[in-house]
Design a protein around this ligand. Structure first.
Ligand code: FES
Length: 273
C-alpha cells in the first residue's frame, strides 16, 4: 500500500502526488517510471518519476486527467492509499558529461525532464531548459526547472507568457544565438517530440526522446508498448523509454496511441455518470 502524503493541483487537469514508496525512492534513477494500479481490477498506467526523496522515502508523480483511471486517481486525497505502485521500471537515462544539454519538455513531459535534468546537472553539464505550454495558466514547475537549469526558456502557443511559439522556436532561438548544443533530451506530446527531432536532425544535434506509449505489464511480456526505432521493434518498457529521437517512427507511435481513444472515451463517460 502506497500512501499519498501530499497532493496538489499544478494546473488545469494536472495533479502532483507525493507518494510514500521508500524502496522505489531509494532505487529510482532519472528516466525511470512506475506502473500504478488504483484498484484490484483496474487498468495499469505508467507514470514517470518526476522527483524522488530517498530520505523522506517518497516519489513524486504527475498525473494528467485524460481518461477514466486518471480522473479516478484525481479523486484520491492526502492520506488515501494506492494499492499498487510497481517500479522503478525502464532503463535509466544514459548520462555523460556532454557539455551543453538542452532539456525540452512540453506539458506533462516536464515530469521526466525534471528528473533527467537533475541527473544531467549532477554529471557536470550546463543545462538550458525549454519548456512549452499552450498558455500561461497551464504552466507549472518553472521554479523547479530554474533551480536546476542555467537558463530557462518558457514558450506558450498563444504568447500569454514567455516566448510566443513552440518549443522548437525556443531551440531555434538558441541555435540562432550561436549556442553550441551537445545534446537534446525531450519529452512531451508525440507531435512535439517529432518536431524537435526534425529540427535537431537538420543541425546534427544528438537527441534522445522519452517515449510515452500505452503500457500494460511494464515488463516486456505483453507487447503493448512496442515502438519502431531504426526499423527495429523495441519495447519501450524494457528497451526504453528513451531512444535516439532521429530513429523513432513517431507516426506509428501516434497511430498506436490513437487506437484505444474511443474505448477510453466510453469508459470515461461511464465513470463520470
Ligand atoms: Fe508490455 Fe512493455 S508494457 S511489453
Amino acid at each position: 500500500m502506497y500512501k499519498i502524503v501530499r497532493k496538489q493541483e499544478l494546473a488545469e487537469n494536472v495533479d502532483e502526488f507525493v507518494i510514500e514508496a521508500p524502496d522505489i525512492a531509494r532505487k529510482a534513477k532519472p528516466g525511470q517510471f512506475v506502473i500504478v494500479r488504483i484498484s484490484r481490477k483496474g487498468e495499469r498506467i505508467p507514470l514517470t518519476i518526476a522527483e524522488k526523496d530517498p530520505e523522506e522515502g517518497t516519489i513524486t508523480l504527475m498525473v494528467q486527467r485524460v481518461g477514466k483511471t486518471t480522473f479516478h486517481l484525481s479523486c484520491f486525497e492526502e492520506g488515501h492509499v494506492i494499492p499498487d505502485v510497481v517500479g522503478p521500471l525502464g532503463k535509466p537515462t544514459h548520462i555523460e558529461k556532454w557539455g551543453h544539454v538542452v532539456c525540452v519538455g512540453g506539458g506533462l513531459g516536464l515530469a521526466p525532464i525534471h528528473h533527467i535534468a537533475q541527473g544531467v546537472k549532477e554529471a557536470g553539464n550546463r543545462i538550458t531548459t525549454v519548456m512549452g505550454f499552450r498558455s500561461k495558466d497551464l504552466i507549472f514547475w518553472e521554479d523547479k526547472m530554474k533551480a536546476i537549469s542555467d537558463r530557462v526558456i518558457v514558450t506558450t502557443n498563444d504568447g500569454s507568457y514567455g516566448m510566443k511559439g513552440l518549443v522548437t522556436d525556443g531551440i531555434q532561438k538558441l541555435i540562432d544565438e550561436g549556442e553550441k548544443i551537445d545534446m537534446v533530451i525531450t519529452a512531451g506530446p508525440v507531435p512535439m517530440m517529432k518536431a524537435v527531432a526534425g529540427l535537431t536532425k537538420k543541425y546534427n544535434i544528438p537527441t534522445v526522446a522519452s517515449l510515452n506509449p500505452i503500457m500494460v505489464d511494464g515488463t516486456g511480456m505483453c507487447g503493448a508498448c512496442r515502438v519502431t526505432v531504426g526499423g527495429e521493434i523495441k519495447f519501450a518498457c524494457v528497451d526504453g523509454p528513451e531512444f535516439d529521437a532521429h530513429r523513432v517512427d513517431f507516426d506509428e507511435l501516434m497511430n498506436r496511441l490513437r487506437m484505444f481513444k474511443s474505448l477510453e472515451g466510453e469508459a470515461l463517460k461511464e465513470f463520470q455518470k
